[in-house]
Design a protein around this ligand. Sequence first.
Ligand code: GDP
Length: 362
Amino acid sequence: GFNCGIVGLPNVGKSTLFNALTKSGIDAENFPFCTIEPNTGIVPVPDPRQETLAGIVKPERTIPTTMEFVDIAGLVAGASKGEGLGNQFLANIRETDAIAHVVRCFDNDNVIHVANQVDPTADIETINIELALADLDSVERAITRLARAAKGGDKDAVTTKAILERIQPHLAEGQPLRSFALDSDELSQLKGFGFLTLKPTMYIANVNEDGFDNNPYLDIVRAIAEQEGAVVVPVCNKLESEIAELDDEERGMFLEELGMSEPGLDRVIRAGYDLLGLQTYFTAGVKEVRAWTVKCGATAPQAAGVIHTDFQKGFIRAEVVAYDDFVANNGEQGAKEAGKWRLEGKDYIVKDGDVIHFRFNV
Ligand code: GDP
């Protein structure tokens, strides 16, 4: 599966968010095939289209697709120099596909801030500097490693080393690589290094219940994110943890009272999903309607492989109905009659919402 690591300074509300995410509904027993580590939460991706499909197909069960969030606690200033459990935390971040950076945007005299004042600019910088310095360390090692080969005339080594030398000063200033202009060739040269500051990143601005408007802290986070081309999701983690405790009925009433159309967590999860460049396709049979996750740009056989590797290996064709056509024609039969049912081959690029039935050899 794809995962998003939750990072941030101590006491910004990471565990509160993580607990809300893990409580918000996945029954571990429904996912016996996943090993769930204590710091990993498997979270259903909210998608109203699934209920609409279920209303048409009337399956025995409906299964959402999921993504993972990993709680990466304890990143502090000095981590890149191995302070605290620094190296371990950086190693954990390295294994994630994307980063959700929680920033404290709430005042609360009872909750001590590590630097004694709420200061989103300084907080973001502190984390970004650690990540940049960790990348700088990788860059310096790589330059040393490549120097010999480059001297020996290895062309690839020469180009890669040149790019690394260009990004080195930027990292040395504590700046993330995502704010350094790199073209697609350069990015693909750097891919293998797994740089932390090139991972897709979003900021979770943790605000108080009344902190969504007229909140100078939130404005600061938005300004920083805009400069970096990053996304901001404002959410009140404390409120979300309360919402996550409720059963479905209570939750509906509580949200209505608050004037919210959905839990804020849903926005966090969807933002994470988008950040990872993921999209959803559906299988819709009488046994189950199920949502599946693929990378945007995945081909039909790759999508089949998400269900089972045998589906990919033995792929013959995909029967496809676009979501809107499926709904407008009240299901597969209607879509067929309306000429909206397609038979697609191995080069077909799956689109978000496609309802697919795979044909394969076993
Ligand atoms: P972590 O160290 O980043 O994991 O932070 P925690 O999730 O443990 O939160 C630290 C403290 O801040 C806890 O006492 C939370 O109840 C409190 N807290 C978290 N989110 C909010 C919030 O949105 N508003 C307020 N007022 N307090 C919060």
